[in-house]
Design a protein around this ligand. Structure first.
Ligand code: 5GP
Length: 111
């Protein structure tokens, strides 16, 4: 079954787009937990970080590089990239995504 991010990718559900190329789409999170909260997702449907293979290395590098570029632009004082994975990891949407968080000091460790 298609995830909410699959429906965003197909254009069925709108998003507030930040960046798009052949490999990734980045858009503002609908329920931000920080002043900057942007999601970076691969266009290919990969359920989670636990599902990636060695052959996904180029796609993963592309995603992380884009997250860095977005973080530098939107949160120049610093940012955090989070990949929630699985139930205990807090993942709610089963399509791999990077959260780019910033715009305020972020506590560590997370709760
Ligand atoms: P997860 O909890 O899986 O790591 O993150 C999923 C994120 O997707 C959450 O931060 C949630 O607010 C966001 N989200 C869920 N549905 C939508 C949506 O329809 N549009 C946007 N822009 N973000 C969404």
């Amino acid at each position: 079954m298609q995830t909410i991010f699959g429906r965003i990718l197909s254009g069925e559900i709108p998003c507030n787009k930040v960046f798009e190329d052949d490999v990734v789409l980045a858009f503002h999170d609908v329920a931000p937990v920080a002043p900057v909260h942007i999601l970076v997702i691969p266009k290919r449907e990969v359920p989670s970080l636990a599902h990636v293979e060695q052959t996904d290395a180029e796609m993963l590098g592309h995603l992380l590089h884009r997250a860095a570029e977005i973080g530098k632009e939107h949160a120049p004082n610093g940012f955090r990239v989070v990949v929630n994975t699985g139930g205990d990891g807090g993942q709610t949407v089963e399509h791999l995504h990077l959260h780019v968080l910033g715009g305020r000091p972020l506590a560590w460790p997370p709760g």
